[in-house]
Structure formats: C-alpha cells, structure tokens
Design a protein around this ligand. Sequence first.
Ligand code: PLP
Length: 439
Amino acid sequence: MNVIPPIPNSLEQHWMPFTSNRHFKANPRILTAAKGMYYTTDHGDQVIDGSAGLFCVAAGHGRREIAEAVNETLTTLDYAPPFQYGHPASFEVARRLASITPGDLNHVFFSNSGSEAVESALKIALAYHKAKGEGQRMRLVGRERAYHGVNFGGLTVAGLLNNKKAFGLGLPGACHLRHTELPDHQFVEGQPETGAELAEDLQRFVDLHGADQIACCIVEPIAGSTGALIPPKGYLQRLREICDAHGILLIFDEVICGFGRTGKQFGADAFGVIPDMVTMAKALTNGVVPMGAVACSDHIYETITEAAPGNSIELFHGYTYSGCPVASAAAIATRNIFDEEDLVNRAAKMTPKFQEALFSLRDLPVVANIRGYGLMGGVDLATAEAPGARGLRTTQEFYDAGLIVKMTGDCALISPPLICEDQHIDEIFTKLRDVLSKH
Ligand code: PLP
C-alpha cells in the first residue's frame, strides 16, 4: 500500500505555520522525499539541504536505523501513559542524555517540542523557587532578538518583534537583556572580542527589581533564529557569575545549539559555562518524531521533589506524549548514530572548511554581515525594502537553484546536517554565491 498521498490539487485548507500562505500557495515548494543531504521535489529535482531541515536533521535524511526503531515500537508498544506509568525507552533516553549534558544536569523532563521544553523549563524555575520558600521570585529574564518558541512563556522571554506583536503582553514582570550584536561585530569569525559587558544588564535588573524577585535568566548560547549571534567572549561566563551571586537560575536554550552544532555536544561545552537547565529538541530525534526535553541539575530536581509531602506528585506539569515510546525509540536510535558516527567530533572536523566557505561570501555586494561558529552561519543581506521581502524572494531563488537554506527575515541561516562532506559544503556555497551574486 502506498502511504504517501498524491500531490494535492488544493493547498488552501492547510494554514501553514510561519509561512506567507498567499505567496507559498501561488509558488508551492513541495518536497516529496529525502535521503542523506538531499530532498526530492514534486518535480523530481534534487535540492541540497543547507539547513538540516530546521536545524534538526543532524544525521542526514532517511536514516534506516531510526525508521526501524520507530517501526518496531509502533507494533510492540504504541503508547504508554507517562503519568504514574513508565516504559523502558524513556528512562534509557534520559540516562543517555544525562551522560552527555554538562555538569550535574542529570534529570530529564520530556516535552514534544522546543517550545514546550522552554515552557517546562520556565515552570520548573518557578516551581524550584516556590519549593525553596521563595515563591515571590517570578520575574523571567530573556533577551532582545531571542527565539524561545511560540508559546506564551517562550514569547514572554523572547525578543523578536514580529513573533510577539500580535499576541498581547505575555506574562507580567519579564525583563530583557540587550542583544549582543554590536556595531563593531562586522564579519567577525567566531566569538566577538567585545560585548561581555552587556551581561551587566542582568545586574541592573537585580539592582532595579531586587534579586529576590528574579526566577531565571534564559538565553540561547548562540541566538539562532535571529541570525546566529555568537556570544561575545566572557559574556556567558558573566551571566553565570551574576546568577550565582543572586540565586538566579541560568537556562540555556539549546534547541538549535545542542547535539553537535557548535562542534561540541552543547553550546554550554563550546563556551565553557554550565547552566542550571538546558532545553533541547530538534536533533534529539533527528527531526523524525517530535520530542523536546529539559535537563535539570541535581539540586533543582532534589529541591522540588523533596519539598513535596509524602508520595504526592512533586511537579504538576507534563504532556500526554512526554517521552512517548515512539519518540523515545527515535531518540535512542539517533543517539546510537551520533555515537557510532562520532557526529559531534565530525562537526568539529568540518568546521574550518565550513567557516572558510561561509566567510568567503563577504565580497558579495549584497552581503551586509556574516557571523559563524561550528557548523552554523548567518549571512545578512542588505536591503532597502520592507524587512523580509528580499529574504522571501531569495528563498525562492535558492530553491530554484537546488538549495534549501532557512531565511529568517533577510538573513540566510546555513546549518547543514552534521554528516556533510566537503563536496556538500562546496555545493551549498557555490549555490549561495551563484544566487547572491545576481542580487
Ligand atoms: N528554542 C529555540 C532556541 C529554537 O530555535 C526553537 C525553534 O527553532 C524553539 C525553542 C522552538 O522549538 P519548536 O519549534 O520545536 O517548538
């Protein structure tokens, strides 16, 4: 039986997420198959994947090992309730994650997406302070230009105007650090030397509101969706110091940075700072089955669990599909591939070639700035049009040239699967150059 539906006659009924529906439905870009580094389109063309799907397909497309693990699980244990019951695979995923997360982040709470991982982390931060008798610590600190998913907690701490402006005020009392892109960060390779002092914004919130009001500070180690803002040297360290001095929890949102994108397991490892919680999703299952997770320190877990009386439920939070069998099977199979193919070190090995190719675009007149770290880069396009208009046109031009690269506004985000070889990097950047040199 063919389970793939035919190409539809009508596209109208599907209200597509983060998509200009009118433009897409007039110019559909339909993908029908994927293998390794390539998609196949409905016209039978091969398109190279320059963004690992949406930063999630780290091990490349069509991995048989993951498909088999999922398939077997579907026919042995299709579903198990995660509240008051367990199944082996979710414990195994948690064990495997705890073995690679930094520091003592040994307790893993599962969600179904990065957005839900962020909501879970923010709620755990509040619950932690409540359990300590400091329930008045309710202010959440985020950052300008941050992306933490689309739910209300994440929107509250996020800092991208378009994602926020239609949706009201968010949770009360949030503060935002300034973003870290300074005017002298033009074409800086790796971490900028300047900007660590921007972390002092957190100290200013402490001085303004009182440390005893602030629950947590959440940042992406590399701010991904806004265009790959690399943290200035010393910046994350300084955030850690201020959090330590004032009992504020530090959360790293590693939904993009996690699992080798930086050439280390986590951004925390790349930049040498251990947070109290790490959120993750995307490459956790190689993008095959939705799954997110929050790894929490021993201290957070113990504080919350020990504060609850007797055998009562310690954290009134969770999802019908938290750590469900199919997602867990996909996560274990993905972890196995990461280990067997040493994907994190592989990413580190490919980084010099990738970064050189990335910064080679600097001579193009349309390129206004470039930032990069690990297997990730952001290329800002100069534009005099409405924000995003050039980006949308460029999405189509890349596609017509056989390349998928995620445009965020007018910035091209390049983040290939970690399995990429030299010739894939060459192909991606040749296509980028061909398209952008016509601008
Ligand atoms: N946090 C970060 C840093 C992200 O980059 C994303 C998605 O790109 C999310 C959270 C939200 O993840 P999801 O789309 O799986 O909800």
